[in-house]
Design a binder for this molecule. Structure first.
Ligand code: MBD
Ligand code: FE
Length: 281
């Protein structure tokens, strides 16, 4: 048993909440009218549920207690990113033509170490798992290479844990910022991630258990890809045939985002090619 298995909901939730506060700027200039419209709709959706489903006082109090616990466990980022963010992405990319986007999730950290191409993500000397060579090109929608594009990649390890959100992992384990070459090409060596399980000991885990759902996301790689004068895309890639590719609890899998790696000629792991296409700004 490694120290990673001691990861707790409260620790990863508190980390995700603190990170969110540090990183995000909020839409402070939203009009009164817009706030009123959105708040009224959410409140109405809850009231409609109560009336349609004839929610009892016991159920209302269980709901209230659960909401309080979500905050105590620091799991608002996790809850929202698992059950809401996929719709935000759908709205955000309605008019984009480049590569499909996917949810960011709660575990992005900006300013990971910059690595020149070809790159190897920071990892432990004895990092467990199957080596994965991830390579491709960044282009614009006209098919022209985007020299010097930035590919930020972060993902879980072979046990399903993210550095900085589980104990016992080096700070930047399996996180890096890779600069594509003059042809927009990149080659990144990493380790195949494992599926991710929502912490079972927090408020989200309690909801999942009470509802009889499963707690899993398929194995995935997270990306932010950007280039001058182009729209940044946030996306994820998955692995064909992997567990939970067809029933991701976060509803974030799209067919265009499923990779089919092949065994490398040198038999030193697997490799796959995927190109990122960015829309103009
Ligand atoms: C993850 O790794 C993730 O990507 C999302 C969206 C939610 C929880 C954990
Ligand atoms: Fe993730």
């Amino acid at each position: 048993m490694t120290t990673e298995t001691e990861a707790t909901a409260a620790a990863s939730g508190a980390g995700a909440t603190a990170r969110f506060r540090e990183n995000k700027q909020f839409a402070a200039n939203t009009s009164q009218e817009r706030v009123s419209t959105l708040a009224n709709r959410v409140i109405k959706a809850i009231n409609d549920t109560v009336l349609d489903e004839k929610v009892t006082y016991d159920e209302y109090n269980a709901f209230k207690a659960w909401l309080i616990r979500v905050g105590e466990d620091g799991e608002w980022p996790l809850f929202l990113d698992v059950w809401v963010e996929h719709s935000i992405v759908e709205v955000a990319e309605a008019n984009r033509h480049g590569s499909k986007g996917a949810i960011e999730g709660p575990y992005y950290i900006p300013n990971a170490p910059v690595l020149n191409n070809p790159a190897t993500l920071p990892m432990r000397e004895d990092e467990p798992g199957t080596p994965l060579l991830f390579q491709g090109q960044v282009r614009n929608v006209a098919g022209e290479p985007l020299a010097g594009a930035l590919i930020e990649l972060w993902h879980a390890d072979d046990a399903g844990f993210y550095s900085q959100f589980a104990p016992g992992l080096p700070e930047w384990n399996l996180r890096g910022s890779i600069i594509a070459d003059e042809q927009g090409n990149f080659q990144i060596n990493t380790m195949q991630p494992a599926p991710y399980q929502i912490p079972t000991d927090g408020a989200c885990g309690a909801l999942i258990a009470a509802a009889g759902w499963h707690a899993w996301r398929p194995a995935h790689l997270h990306f932010k890809v950007s280039a001058a004068e182009h729209q940044l895309i946030t996306t994820q890639l998955y692995f064909e045939g992997g567990e939970h590719v067809s029933d991701d609890i976060a509803s974030a899998v799209k067919p265009e985002l499923v990779l089919a790696p092949t065994e490398r000629a040198d038999r030193q792991g697997r490799e796959v090619t995927y190109d990122f296409i960015l829309d103009p700004q």
